[in-house]
Design a protein around this ligand. Structure first.
Ligand code: NDP
Length: 687
């Protein structure tokens, strides 16, 4: 049972560096399962323009002083601290109607997402404050004028307006990429479940890990905040399409071209392949997945399967199997033993779902469950916002409107038949853009036709079959590394997607100028910039090494004997190296040529400094290209330049990227690549 409540908690906002109660008593929020008051919420009296300014002026500069690795380290420390306190969040989460597995997605899924961003930040971003994107564009023949795209943090704040269904994940999946980008956040949770978000923000602020002002919280309405947003701010919204559209067209947002990311209603579909007949693993998996999507979080998931698209011949068996499974779903108090599905978030929400089922009945008949007859294994139907799962069947989905238009945001799905694969694709796309779709098939042709047909209408598509049955993360789970968002009706937005999600809070700028200037701006050596020769750069630790430190080697002639020795030694006797007539018949060569890997190996032999020193290891090459054939008698020379230095925060070494250019006796570039090494911070190592 939920812990007994003393008095409803008065939720506070965290703004301008302090916890601030609203000026009025505010709205009372009820426990979804028991109907007891949990909290009151109100944000009146707050100066919202000041809140924006505080984030921009206090936290923005502090965050921008840190490197990506510093910010990633901050997120990691925060994620680990929050994970230690997870039981406190679970206890509060029950009040939202969520069972423990539902809470796991929200709480540990949310913290896990933050930790994934922390790890990606350290592994995939440089230890700098500016990102470069794409290659340097040479804009002049003599290398005196080039361009580079860079990304820098926006200097405003990000306002995250969240939905009631994921009070923790909804906040963390957005603030993690925002903070990693270097932008302060203002979080506005949906009132209905704001007490759980408020609790977590309390714990976040207590850690003292974030710079002051990097995270502010509004418990209650955002008042006139959105009329004060400026061009450097970002607004993200998750919720109903109606509210989303209203906010997206507010004058300050339109007039200042404020980035607005919207994630709204979505009539996600799942398709059963014609090969997946009863008795196949795919049929079983499909039934399990649809039932799980309908009942997890009581169907209040933006990615839940609302439309079940099945071959006409299989619909009867499918409805029977789903009906049987859904009937076994134990509905009751979220923390009671044996409960499989908890309550909806509020009575209003349950009434709303019942009303939407009535809309769906214009096109479809109920084939399992009764929206008005609540059967519980624990709890009281009069006090909690409970309902049992409801399955509908729409026999003529092409003539129907409501089943493709109306989102019943609860444990509700509609089965609809198709007669050909083209029809299945067309039906899925009738959702006019969704967050996620899935297809269950073991037929590669079905997978190809469906995915290519529906991809333009979907942000994510999952293919389910027997091979991935045990490892699949499922239809409904957004993942930190994958894009979350969908076109059209789903809002047209995009979140997460790994480091892509970080760049949503940064400005892309094309910077043009002389290579030395571009190097200074980006902290990366650029072709055409000065090189500094002297001590062999492999003799320098990170304490001494500088961008642009360069080695130009002696030359080495490549002979026929070298090539034949290499061929015999490695077993690579490809004809272009061994057979003059065959090589001459090849459109790219005039005669036998040296192996590309021989060129790279000779290059290493030319540039390496053999003695023990600060260079600890070579861990690979990037972008290796062989650009000009090397014939017997040609001579090779290497220019090796220190291009990028990334010291690791928690180690006594860092990564160094070297530009490696191999030329022949005519000065033509034979091979070009980046050599990747680990280099000690100090040499000889201390201690
Ligand atoms: P709303 O669109 O009403 O609310 C979403 C968020 O917007 C809440 O934080 C809400 O705050 C806030 N909000 C509402 N009005 C304003 C405003 N004028 N200015 C600023 N913020 C505002 O959606 P609900 O949460 O009530 O859910 C309604 C429906 O939305 C669901 O039934 C479902 O169909 C859909 N939905 C879709 C989701 C998705 O991810 N695709 C997720 C959740 C819901 P407050 O709570 O304080 O009003």
């Amino acid at each position: 049972m939920n812990a007994p409540l003393k008095a409803p908690r008065r939720l506070e906002s965290y703004v301008l560096g302090q916890w601030t109660p609203g000026a009025k008593d505010g709205q009372t929020i009820l426990d979804a399962g028991t109907g007891q008051p949990v909290a009151t919420i109100d944000s009146s009296g707050i100066d919202f323009a000041e809140v924006l300014n505080y984030g921009r002026s206090v936290a923005g500069p502090a965050l921008r002083k840190l490197s990506f690795h510093d910010r990633a380290g901050m997120l990691k420390a925060l994620g680990l601290k929050l994970m230690e306190q997870k039981e406190e969040f679970y206890a509060e989460s029950f009040r939202t109607g969520a069972t423990r597995p539902d809470g796991w997605v929200d709480i540990e899924g949310g913290i896990g997402t933050m930790l994934t961003f922390a790890s990606k930040g350290r592994r995939e971003l440089p230890n700098t404050r500016v990102l470069t994107e794409g290659p340097v564009e040479g804009l002049s023949r003599d290398n005196s004028f080039s361009a580079q795209h860079i990304l820098t943090p926006l200097q405003g704040v990000a306002i995250h307006i969240n939905a009631y269904n994921f009070p923790i994940w909804g906040m963390l999946e957005k603030i993690a990429p925002t903070l990693l980008a270097g932008v302060p956040c203002i979080v506005k949770p949906a009132s209905q479940t704001a007490y759980l978000t408020e609790l977590m923000v309390k714990r976040i602020i207590e850690t003292g890990i974030l710079p002051e002002g990097a995270l502010q919280l509004i418990s209650g309405s955002v008042g006139d905040m959105l009329s004060h947003v400026e061009g450097q701010d970002v607004v993200t919204f998750t919720g109903s399409a109606t509210t989303g559209r209203k906010l997206k067209t507010l004058p300050a947002i339109v007039n200042n071209s404020v980035r607005f990311n919207m994630e709204a209603d979505s009539l996600n579909a799942s398709i059963l392949g014609a090969d997946a007949v009863p008795g196949t693993p795919e049929f079983e998996l499909f039934v399990k997945e649809v039932a799980r999507e309908m009942t997890a979080k009581a169907g209040q998931k933006c990615t839940a399967i609302r439309r079940v698209i099945a071959p006409r011949a299989l619909t009867e068996a499918l409805i029977a199997a789903l009906g049987e499974r859904l009937a076994k779903t134990a509905v009751g108090l979220p923390d009671a033993e044996g409960t499989r599905m908890g309550a909806l978030a509020s009575y209003d929400q349950r009434d709303e779902v019942r009303a939407r089922i009535k809309d769906l009945q214009a096109d479809a008949e109920i084939v399992a469950g009764d929206p008005d007859d609540v059967r519980l294994t624990s709890g009281d139907a009069q006090s909690g916002a409970f309902m049992n799962p409801v399955l509908l069947y729409c026999d003529k989905p092409f003539a129907a409107g409501a089943v493709h238009e109306v989102e019943a945001f609860g444990p509700v799905s509609t089965v609809m038949p198709y007669d050909s694969l083209e029809e299945a694709v067309e039906l899925a796309n009738k959702g006019k853009g969704s967050l996620a779709a899935s297809v269950f098939t073991n037929d590669a042709h079905v997978a190809e036709e469906v995915v290519l047909g529906i991809a333009p209408y979907h942000g994510r598509v999952l293919i389910g079959n027997r091979v991935s049955a045990k490892t699949s993360t499922g239809h409904g789970s957004p993942l930190a590394g994958l894009v979350h968002g969908g076109p059209g009706r789903a809002g047209g937005g995009e979140e997460m997607g790994g480091i892509r999600g970080v760049t949503h809070y940064m400005q892309r700028t094309a910077v043009q100028g002389a290579p030395n200037m571009l190097s200074a701006v980006t902290g990366r050596w650029v072709e055409g910039a000065d090189g500094h020769q002297g001590t062999h750069p492999f003799r320098k630790s990170l304490a001494e090494l500088r961008i642009g430190d360069q080695l130009v080697t002696a030359s080495r002639v490549v002979t026929k004997e070298d090539v034949e020795h290499f061929a015999e030694f490695t077993g690579d006797t490809f004809y272009a190296h061994m057979d003059s007539a065959a090589a001459k018949a090849n459109p790219f060569f005039d005669d036998r040529v040296a192996h590309g890997y021989l060129i790279a190996s000779f290059a290493a032999g030319l540039f390496v400094e053999p003695n023990p020193g600060p260079v600890l290891a070579n861990y690979g090459v990037d972008n290796l290209r062989f650009l000009t054939p090397v014939y017997f008698g040609d001579s090779l020379q290497v220019r090796l330049t220190c291009k990028e230095i990334n010291p690791r925060a928690n180690a006594d070494h860092g990564e160094v990227r070297w530009d490696c250019q191999v030329t022949n006796q005519k000065g033509e570039v034979v091979a070009q690549y980046d050599v990747l090494t680990m280099v000690a911070k100090e040499w000889p190592a201390k201690g």
